[in-house]
Design a protein around this ligand. Sequence first.
Ligand SMILES: Cc1cc2nc3c(=O)[nH]c(=O)nc-3n(C[C@H](O)[C@H](O)[C@H](O)COP(=O)(O)O)c2cc1C
Length: 165
Amino acid sequence: MKTGIYYGSTTGNTENAANLICALIGGSQVAPIGDAVRADLEACDLLIFGASTWGLGDLQDDWVDSLASLSGTNLRGKKVALFGLGDQEIYPGTFIDGIKELHDASIEAGATVIGLCSGDDYDFQDSAAFVDNQFLGLPLDDDNQAELTEERIRVWIDQVLEEAK
Ligand SMILES: Cc1cc2nc3c(=O)[nH]c(=O)nc-3n(C[C@H](O)[C@H](O)[C@H](O)COP(=O)(O)O)c2cc1C
């Protein structure tokens, strides 16, 4: 299964998580979303997209530029898994909002989104990415819970690889 990990990161947290995910999935490739062309995405069976949230619920800048291109990509038959970096203490009402936009663009491109997560381990008030009592991807909070990030990723990657079979 060809796996590509693409991220948008302003201060490096999402980039670090993307690199860790890449190290855990043998043979996968990782790159900033700004470097990806449509053919790169279409060549993958499993795509893992990561983004942080800025402003008040805004998608990270690099993704804003790439989102229209993503929704126009043909991802029919592909699996997409999402992870989002955010801060549940300072932004409890828009926690990892950005990945909702990645979710919607992936669905528009024809992909199946896997890797949904429970909200039980998080203390937040609201999130656009929390739908039907589940996060649309893996929430990571390096601002308050950096010590949990690696283990959260390990558990989630097992789930994603199982669901991608
Ligand atoms: C000005 C500012 C606005 C932010 N807005 C949000 C937000 O609305 N929701 C959220 O979950 N996190 C928010 N964050 C937290 C960042 O998403 C978080 O620090 C993240 O780890 C940054 O990842 P990056 O370095 O990959 O860009 C904000 C941070 C800053 C400094």
